[in-house]
Design a protein around this ligand. Sequence first.
Ligand SMILES: [Zn+2]
Length: 257
Amino acid sequence: MFSLKEWQREHLRRQPFPAEWVPILERNVAHYHHLSPLEQQALQGHVQVFLHEKPFEGCGGLEITDEIRVTIAAEACLLLLGGASDGFPHCNRVLVYPGAFVSTVTRALPGGVLAKGELVRLGESWGWGNVVLSWDDALKGARALAGAHSVVLHEFAHQIDEENGAADGVPRLRGSRGVYATWASVMRQAFEQLSQEKAHPSFSKEVLDTYGATNPAEFFAVASETFFERPQALLAQHPQVYAQLKDFYRLDPLAWR
Ligand SMILES: [Zn+2]
């Protein structure tokens, strides 16, 4: 039986997709052109649900428009096409700055002293609550196919990772315990390889951005981004990582080329 939430979502998905939003998808979401008609329809349904459930807030003087909402929602919802997440349940709000923004971070120094500092960011994902994005970079990432960074895919991959309570690069997997053991072994090996590359960046031929060597959570977000943006290169260099992500997202972005 459908829950009330599922019933509401089904109702939203069945609403006609606003005609003026289609050119936004065509113009701004490079993947949209490569999806099958059924996938395009499914994406439109996810966008309608997303926009109903997640309020957007403009920051730094940015006025939120349909173009901003539809572009960001569609790029994020690419991650949902195979059913890897039930609509990003921990994301309550999307905050959007016009460009890169400054974020205050606190880190622990030796001796237990906490130091506050400022970092320039293109995006941020908070485990319970907000995803924060630079519109300039969100748009650039959504418009470009191969090679670009997609800050939206990256931050919403963090959301998916954190759905089981921890930002640890291990999302909720389907199947028995053995599935987790395989995931851990494949991802750890690729993470270690990337960490070595990070130490010698001038020789690096890595398809994965070495930012992914920061920690396992960043590795998952970077690998997810690459899986959607450069599937061919990821498959060639890290076939096992590709296979794990393909099973997890229940999608094969190579089919979209
Ligand atoms: Zn990240």
